[in-house]
Design a protein around this ligand. Sequence first.
Ligand code: F6R
Length: 614
Amino acid sequence: MCGIVGYIGTKSALPILVKGLRRLEYRGYDSAGIAVLNQQSEKNSETTIERVRAVGKIDNLAEKLKTMTLNSTMGIAHTRWATHGGVTEENAHPHTDCSGDIIVVHNGIIENYRELRSGFLKDHTLRSKTDTEILAHLIEVHYQGDLRLAVQKALQHVRGTYGLVVMHKNEPRKLVAARLGSPLVVGVGDKEYYVASDTSPMLAYTQQVIFLDDGEIAEITDHGLQIFNLEDQEIIKAAEHIDWNEDQAEKGGYSHFMLKEIIDQPTVIKDALRGRLVEDEGTAHLGGLNMTEAQMHSVNRIILIACGTASYAALVGKYAFERLAGIPTDVEVASEFRYRDPIIDRQTLVFGVSQSGETADTIAALREAKRKGAYVRGIVNVVGSTIARETDGGTYIHAGPELAVASTKAYTNMVAVLLMYALQFGRTRRVTVATGQRVVAALREVSEKMEKILRQGDYIKMLAEKYQHYKNFFFLGRGINYPVALEGSLKLKEITYIHSEAYPGGEMKHGPIALLSPDFPVFAILTKNQLYDKMRSNIEEIRARQAPVILIATEGDEQAKELADDVIFVPPTMELLEPLINTLPLQLFAYHMAVLLGRDVDRPRNLAKSVTVE
Ligand code: F6R
């Protein structure tokens, strides 16, 4: 996720900005840049904007800066994690308007940037492929000597999310910062201000901070800070004292990246859906598919290739493609697929599903599929990764950088994107507008339902305390919840090192039931869907073997309490969307168990975040 740092005060800006960028490195980035308003010398008071950008590590940027004399006490800086446009110096922030007098750094996504580029701003000279550059040009259009007012007006054209900081050469002692959906914090020091996407770059200098809220614009000068809303009314906010250390600040105050990423899910799922759902037509539009309608109609088989957690997200996709689009769909674990002789032809559509986009087995499997003539597309998180580059189209899941080794928010965003693809294909085949509209509406409600589950964090922690001494667990689900059981089991084993098995509920009596005893708790997903009664019978069989039962059940299901030792209630949703809800309690359970057992939650033993070897 991109990072912003800004400074205005009495100290030399450059070391503060570079150090601040280093504090933001944990967020992940692929390029970095800096801009300062440079006063030539005491005698020559002319102000110029100096901008330096570099692809890759901050060291590359620092190396370039060494050769320059940048004499300034204010500036802005940015680490970019590509979302629109490749990883190039031209696409790195800060970006300028046509004149080069306005300079902006931005986090978030401007959804309507294409329309603005080819419409309202068609006479402007755009130098990058980013959505951010649009902002500099919109501000240019509205600038009449007051930067804050110009930013306010510019933002009225924009659909999407932003946290941004802007400078103008003609107002050399002013920073303007604005927020909608992408965090910004102002640090208040002694005759100086810091502004950043989180508190980590400023904690070495001040612990007095003001968190900007959505729709607020801050005007920061040497003389003070004023905050306004988009209607130009001033908002009075007092600074608050925070006593996080820098490490805590990186994690947004959470003790681990994994917990932060679990908590991020209601926010990042909106990023996956943003601009892709079409309410009127009851469909989704994933432009990156790069297939004509005729090609879409010709597809008679889908193969989803992935590893680990991504393969469980893919399994949800299989149910969705088959149910909504009626297209036979298989999930293939990449390491197996690449060494089989898979039957693929020109009517087969293959999706590679991968958070990193760098998993060696998935890359090799996709190359094989391409060689055999299939349509090959990617569903990937990391922009510009190998899978993103080597496939002929596809979709970014927009989960932001995932830093904990155990995948959480990437899983839910993969599921969301797969559901949207299934809907898009379904609407060209058998799904009616009305059904499509119900899916769209249900997808829109997921974020709020996720919040509801996260509010049960303390209860789930209490369950982890109760069950922490067990050495074995079963996870059971049926239908769309079988992949949820697989994912819950994988989360538990990879971060707690506790043995766990996942099975479809109906399979237990064909062997695994022999393992059951009072020492073998069973986590079962019993939500109100078409397999409710079947799953209920499976749970009765388990209870008869005295195994402790923990249920994930739908709110209001009183019978669930009678069946189980413990129940986690979840809000109801459309059956196909249940994995987006039901997986969250399992992530939290695994997380709390790992913490209680003293495991290295973010870096479990023997595992790597990106498996780039076979
Ligand atoms: C588990 C986990 C792994 C990955 C797998 C694929 O929490 O993270 O199972 O899902 O290694 O990685 P990507 O999605 O990067 O291809």
